[in-house]
Every structure is written in C-alpha cells, then in structure tokens.
Design a protein around this ligand. Sequence first.
Ligand SMILES: NC(=O)c1ccc[n+]([C@@H]2O[C@H](COP(=O)([O-])OP(=O)(O)OC[C@H]3O[C@@H](n4cnc5c(N)ncnc54)[C@H](O)[C@@H]3O)[C@@H](O)[C@H]2O)c1
Ligand SMILES: [Zn+2]
Length: 369
Amino acid sequence: MSQRLTINQGTKPIYDIVYENDFNKLAEELEKFDIANKKLCVITDSRVKGFYADEICELLKDKCKKILVFDFPDGERSKNLDTVKNIYEFLIQNKFERKDMLLALGGGVVGDTTGFVAATYLRGVDFVQIPTSLLAQVDSSVGGKTGVDFDQYKNMVGAFYMPKLVYMNLSTLKTLDDRQYYSGMAEVMKYGLIKSASFYEWLIENMYEIHERNLETLEEMVYKSCTFKKLIVDKDPTEKGERALLNFGHTIGHAVEKYKNFELMHGECVALGCVAAAYMSWKRDLIAMDDYYEIRDMFVPFNLPISIENIDPEEILRLTASDKKMEGDQIKFILLKKVGKAYIDTSVTKDEILAGINEIYFTEEDWDA
Ligand SMILES: NC(=O)c1ccc[n+]([C@@H]2O[C@H](COP(=O)([O-])OP(=O)(O)OC[C@H]3O[C@@H](n4cnc5c(N)ncnc54)[C@H](O)[C@@H]3O)[C@@H](O)[C@H]2O)c1
Ligand SMILES: [Zn+2]
C-alpha cells in the first residue's frame, strides 16, 4: 500500500496520485497544502455522501479553518451548468476565497463538475480529487479534463485544469454497485488491449480476485491503469495526438450509447465498441482470428456485453460520424496491431465500420443458429 504516482507535464511534476486502503492519510496529504488556513468544501453526490462524507469531515474538521459539504442528486443528469451555478452560489454564500479548496468526493460526474467549478470560480481555485468509482479511479480523475454536459451534448463545456492531488481509497470500490464496477472494468481492459499484453493477461489470471474486489489486486489494477493513462497523457496533455488511443472502442461505443439514449452503462458500450474495433482489426489481417475471438469472449466473464439486440446498424454508423473525434471529414479510428498495441487509422471506410457494427448486432437469426 501507499504507492504514489506523479503526473507530469513535459518534465514538470504537476500532482501526485496516492493509493490507500482508507482515508487515514488524507489529512496528512492535505496538510502539505496548508489547509490550516483554508476553508474546504467537499462536493459530492447524494449517494456517495451517505457513505463517506461524514468520515471525511470528521477526519479533517480540526485540521482546517472550516469544512462544508455540498451535495447534488447523483447521476449524469446532474452534470450540467445548473449544478455548477448552485455550487457557485453555495461558495459565494459561504465566502469562499481564491485561497480556499474544493474536494471532489465521488465518481466521474462529481470529479468533472467540481473540476470545472474549480477552474472557473474566482478564475481558479485549488481542488483535490477523491475518486470513489472504478471509472473515476482508472480514468476520469487522471489527465485534467473537467467539464459538464450542455443540453444533449456530453462534455460540451469544460476546461483542462489540474487537481493538486488525487487521493484514492481503494476500499470505496467495495460499496459500488456491481454494474458500475464492471462498467469501469471495460476501461481497465481497454488499457491492456491498447498498451500492454502482459497487463491484459494479468487481468485474466486475476479474474477471481477482481470479482472478489480483493484490495491488493484492486490496488495493482488501478495503479497500473493510471500508469497507462499517465504515459499517454504526459506525452499529449491537450489531446493533439496519442491521447486518441484512449478512444479505442469509443467511436462505436459512444454511438451505441447515444442510440440507446444512455440506458446502457458507458463501459458496456465501450466493451461493444472494443469488440467491433477488434473485429475490424481482424478483417484487415492486423490481428489473428483467434486473437479476435479471445478479445471478444474475455469481456463475458467480466459481466460485459459482446452483442446487442434491437439496433439499427445504419443509424449507429451515422452516429459514429457525429462523434467528436473527427479530423475534417475523416474519422480517426483506433485499431489494434496486436493485443497491447493500438494505432490511429484515418483510412477506415464506412463499410468497415458497418461490418464492425453488424458483428455486435444480435439478430433473431443468431438465436436460431
Ligand atoms: N474527465 C475525464 O477525463 C473523463 C473520463 C471518462 C469519463 N468521464 C466522465 O465520468 C462520468 C462517469 O463517471 P462514473 O461512472 O463514476 O459515474 P458517476 O459519477 O455518476 O457514478 C456512478 C454512480 O456510482 C455512485 N458511486 C460512486 N462511487 C461510489 C461508491 N464508492 N459507492 C457507492 N456508490 C458510488 C454514484 O453516486 C453514481 O450513482 C461521465 O460523466 C463521463 O463523461 C470523464
Ligand atoms: Zn470511456
């Protein structure tokens, strides 16, 4: 336990991520930022508040000038400018100043929203991420992207803004719903597929411990996932090049997510998108048939879907073209050269994408087969 990872920009260290099994070191970590002279605002959602806010306030109340909690209803529906406005009002009413600090306690919705408030309130105040969902620990709390949705557009308004610290208490993953947990696993498997065959094998070998949410296994899994994201983000902090690799499985995944009106979990859609992209990689002879079937079938034991009913493949194709990751008219598609090595391809045709979508489309004929 107590591993650390430093996130850099170029060669300059920006912030640390610490990995713990509880919140006992939180005060010590925050004291490095002189919290004795600061007011702290814990920003969280209605669900996470019930599990962890009291404990955190108890641990910090004697270490800082004042600690307050602001919560909003949980779920993506709160990730918008109304919530941002409510938080601004709360901070103004409580006389939060430039030197005070926000603590984002929760999943990606809390992290993205709080980060955006921190980036903009009084032209920027310090904030710390305390991610509690698997997705937030392996993905959204690393890399400095913050923002909210606007009308039906996801992450339409935002800023790149770095936290002072990311404090991960891995035991918080124990209270996460199964479906949320396995949805986060899709991003973890994605790292293996795009960056490391040995990590991918490790996930398969440790499947039992991952299901059990064994703390040592979780720490290794989350830590390694963050190192992969760090490797990519350090090189490309503002998403000009290599960061696009993180989009593996997301072009078709996002389209399915939109098509199904966000009724499926993000990770479930990512798993489907990974299967489609792996299939397209096989059809180009980049990976072998056996690799494709292994990649596809390996999502199943992690409770993730590999096919989907009741879709219109042509409509999903149309939705992939409206995905943000476009370069002019040409879609930047992420394919695999092998397990553990992804690349950006700008020559993928509509027919290839459609074939990928048809591969994950479960029809009545499949029942009969
Ligand atoms: N900034 C980035 O780089 C980045 C990257 C990926 C995703 N995201 C964003 O992240 C968001 C999704 O994040 P998410 O999946 O964490 O969703 P979320 O924040 O809505 O959390 C999912 C649910 O789990 C609950 N929860 C969280 N931690 C819990 C815990 N320890 N115990 C019990 N319940 C808990 C939450 O209350 C919520 O109901 C999306 O808005 C997405 O756009 C951002
Ligand atoms: Zn994702």
